[in-house]
Ligand binder design. Sequence first.
Ligand SMILES: CC(C)(COP(=O)(O)OP(=O)(O)OC[C@H]1O[C@@H](n2cnc3c(N)ncnc32)[C@H](O)[C@@H]1OP(=O)(O)O)[C@@H](O)C(=O)NCCC(=O)NCCS
Length: 163
Amino acid sequence: MHIRPAADSDLSAITAITNDVIRTTTAMWTDIEATVGDRAAWMKQRITAGYPVLVADSMGEVIGFASYGPYRSGPPGYRYVVEHSIHVARDARGRGVGSQLVTALLDHARQQGLWAMVGGIDALSTASLRMHARLGFVEVGRQPGIGSKFGQRLDLVLMQRAI
Ligand SMILES: CC(C)(COP(=O)(O)OP(=O)(O)OC[C@H]1O[C@@H](n2cnc3c(N)ncnc32)[C@H](O)[C@@H]1OP(=O)(O)O)[C@@H](O)C(=O)NCCC(=O)NCCS
């Protein structure tokens, strides 16, 4: 498995992973599935703005992806901080793929001279919380009942790591 920048040919796999996460987890607070066109527009916007979109490639198969973008819609005072996201295909989880993707994002952020990376993580996503803690992220805030999905109120955990 290796981590590399995403290409347009990865968009169908990125879309499939996204939609499986939307359908089966509380990690993304939406019920609206993405189209390949949605993900293409998102990826183009990120890359044009100089942000990374990375994939985990296992013998030609995309088994995860990660990216970061502006924090809180990007007022200038936040320009040294980014918010990241990361998703791994269901049958590839628990084998360190997510950790390698986040580590690659941290390397990229360091090269860009950024100060910190923040993840807004659903409190029920225990694998994500554990992985981020292991990678040196610390909980800096918790917003109780700020979201909802599948008929339940959800808490958001903000985890931050200095670069
Ligand atoms: C969160 C996620 C990205 C982690 O990726 P991953 O490749 O599974 O991560 P890792 O294998 O590096 O670490 C996962 C940790 O959670 C643990 N874990 C517990 N239950 C798990 C499960 N059902 N699946 C995967 N990992 C699980 C692993 O053992 C590991 O902990 P450890 O380091 O203490 O051993 C991935 O599980 C995922 O895509 N989940 C659904 C979407 C999501 O939550 N995205 C994150 C949004 S912030």
